[in-house]
Design a protein. Sequence first.
Length: 66
Amino acid sequence: MPTINPKILAAISGAIGAYMADEEAWQAAAGGMAAPAPGPPLNLWALAGRQEAMQLRLLMQRRSLR
């Protein structure tokens, strides 16, 4: 197994350290932000109706419904 050049090893470890420091800084900055407000509640009746309409269309396309 060949040995790694010390300059390359230093460059790799420096890049990893900079990346980790950047991620920690980003997480610290994002921690102070407020979470977005929740949206309207999910309407299950509308979702079921849409699913049924899509299923009927699929059956019509396949000509399974006669």
